[in-house]
Design a protein. Sequence first.
Length: 540
Amino acid sequence: MFYLILGKIIVTKFIKNNNKNTIEYGILGIISASFIALIINFFLPLNILVNSITYLLLILIFVFQKIKISKQDFFFITLTSFVCFLLILFDTEYRPDAGLYHFPYIQILNESKIVIGLSNLHSRFGHISIIQYLAALNYNVFTGLNGILIPLASLISFIYIYFFYDIFKYLKKRENFSLGKVFSLAILIYLSYKINRYSEFGNDAPAHLFSFYLISAFIYTQNNSLKNTNLIYIYSVFAFINKVFLIFIFIIPFSMFLSEKKNFIKLLFSFPTFFLLLWLIKNILISGCFVYPLKNTCLTNLKWTDIDTIQRNQIEAEAWSKGWPQNKNSNLSIEEFSKNFNWLTAWSSVHLKYIIKILSPYVLLILTIFIFLNLKSNSKISKNDKIIINFKNHKFITLSIISFIGILSFIFQSPIYRYGYSYIILFIFLIFIRIFYRINIINFFKICKVFFIICVFVIFSKQVLRIYNKAQERNFIPSYVFIDKNEIEKKYQKFTLIDNFNVYLSNTECFYGKAPCTNYKQNISIIKADKKNSFYILYN
């Protein structure tokens, strides 16, 4: 409910657009809450007191501004709460990343304001997602520590409901056929098939799902007015700060800037630009790099910038994404492995097989659907019942450029499926639209009817089966601690660096126990600390 309230405040007071629906309010509320968490942490820890005061202040603003909650809003709150409940119940956290750096970073946010040079303690703190800030803000008197699990499920739920509702409006004949409806159907099928387990979300799924939402919003945008462009720009920034690999999504607002150049200066000094700059400044303070661990984006003259370690991490990250563990050529160094397609054999042995396994059923199903959409209907149809998709449209061209560049980057830089699947799914969709561009809308309506029901059934049944099968062996909610609290001191070894500032070494994954924490012994052995103007600085 908080995200809906915050979204209504933002739309009413700043965007001043009353045409938004409840889902869009919720998504804008999530973006705004993320920004609030980020800016607070520059000065204060996101502890239970700070977070609770923040929530209460926003609720008071909502009450005094007399912003109304409609029946549709209450239905949306009930539905998203139910979906969140199903997603979380008796599921697990995303392993191993949740234990390695998701929960440990959230705990750092809950206990400390920004710690400069934090990536020197654990390299993965250098490429954190905005989701961790959103989660940290949700630790308050209303939800307790369990609240950190809710934001991820909330964002996923909002986007689920968005795509279901988009098809539902078409089935109820509230909206007409469009390219956006075809895209929504394709995404609805994919998320029902693949993105439906809390334990699989991590930082990747929300980023890719949000990019799908952004693409849908772009397709439906009727003009490139300042308000529309600003909204798409906000969405693009949020997608990027969830996952930097989605940087090419900025082509969307850029294409809108080009068509309305008079808006460029206004948008240059807008909220999304400020949000993006704030995130980049945070990255510099945490790691010394605008985008960690890309060496060319780092400021080498900063005390906490360990350029040698950054370069090594960049080389290792690329090699591992290309299948370094599967490399059988002992004559190749890790640097040589990533060059000249030396990695292709190792990568194909695992990653390519996985990609084919995941995509084959989806591609075959989408192909079947598009063939059906191009068949003649048995019903009597008029000339208007067959729609020809205009692939010369500037939106189609823009999305084609994004998918093409995104896939090239995926192939040559980081060919792990979870890094770039939104580019791949978009590419598949555009290819089929390009080939099967004559859509029989009578057949499309029939397909939507069938798959709306199937997708609801698949998502719901998968959750129910998991709950039934795992209820006896799993916690009621995902665990953010690894061991019993009574054993916590045995797991963490304390190192006092300066004053009362302690860091901890864990003999396994850190989870949410002691912070700041790492399981890298070599980092603990060389880490040093300074304090300047109440800020702690970690360096090697």
